[in-house]
Design a binder for this molecule. Structure first.
Ligand SMILES: *Cc1c(COP(=O)(O)O)cnc(C)c1O
Length: 225
């Protein structure tokens, strides 16, 4: 897949919203800049994007200081607990929390840094062994513990469906995440308004199924090294 212009991406987002009867304001874009340098970030920032996503703490800690100020950085990749403080310092939003122990570590780290950190729980909807994320059966018990994590704002759920070239194959996974969200919202009292789902090859399907955050790398930046 190669990149297409930002205008075309915006048009495709608007078309998907129109098909689903959704307001385009409901869908927010994270530009995934992993393995692209500060110059590429600057170019997209100049076209008006201001939310960027990184999947590795070390790469982000080197890159972010070289990028324009005023951007918002989201962590979208697996986090080791000993990196929790760096995550709280570097990022203003975390999509990829996949264990209770990590939640607890991020809560302490956010307190130390003096911020409230919005976080999403990553859910392994397909049950693939190779994937990070909570197993769905484990989420209700985790949500019961969340009210005590006062420095976190547990805002919703994230998933990465199994990769297939056929975008329609992703749809049932997106539907499942939304249906679980509805059930867990009713049980837990957390609104869980945010659904982070959809990447370059399947974001239109994700929008049709309720995504509020889409995470686009390749389609904006071109292929990664
Ligand atoms: C790399 C990555 C993306 C972006 O993937 P593209 O296919 O390049 O759009 C989105 N989400 C996560 C979690 C990623 O690691």
């Amino acid at each position: 897949m190669s990149e297409v212009g930002l205008d075309e991406v915006r048009q495709r987002i608007a078309d998907a919203c129109a098909r689903a009867g959704r307001d385009v304001e409901e869908v927010k874009l994270v530009a995934v800049s992993k393995r692209h340098g500060p110059d590429a970030v600057r170019a997209l920032a100049e076209s008006g994007l201001d939310v960027f996503g990184e999947s590795r703490v070390q790469e982000a800690s080197q890159k972010i200081p070289l990028c324009p100020t005023g951007l918002t950085w989201h962590m979208i990749g697996h986090i080791q607990r000993n990196k929790a403080r760096d995550v709280a310092r570097l990022f203003s939003y975390v999509h990829s929390v996949d264990s209770l122990r990590l939640l607890e570590a991020l809560d302490s780290a956010a307190a130390e840094v003096g911020k409230t950190l919005p976080v999403l729980l990553e859910v392994n909807v397909s049950g693939e062994g190779s994937k990070f994320g909570f197993m769905p059966d484990d989420v209700p018990a985790v949500l019961e513990k969340c009210p005590s994590l006062v420095n976190l704002d547990v805002s919703g759920l994230m998933t990465i469906p199994p990769f297939t070239p056929e975008t329609e194959d992703a749809r049932p996974h997106f539907v499942r995440l939304r249906e679980w969200r509805d059930a867990w919202r009713a049980q837990s009292g957390f609104p869980l308004d945010e659904l982070s789902m959809g990447m370059s090859h399947d974001f239109e399907v994700a929008i049709e199924e309720g995504a509020t955050w889409i995470r686009l790398g390749t389609i904006l930046f071109g292929e990664r090294e």
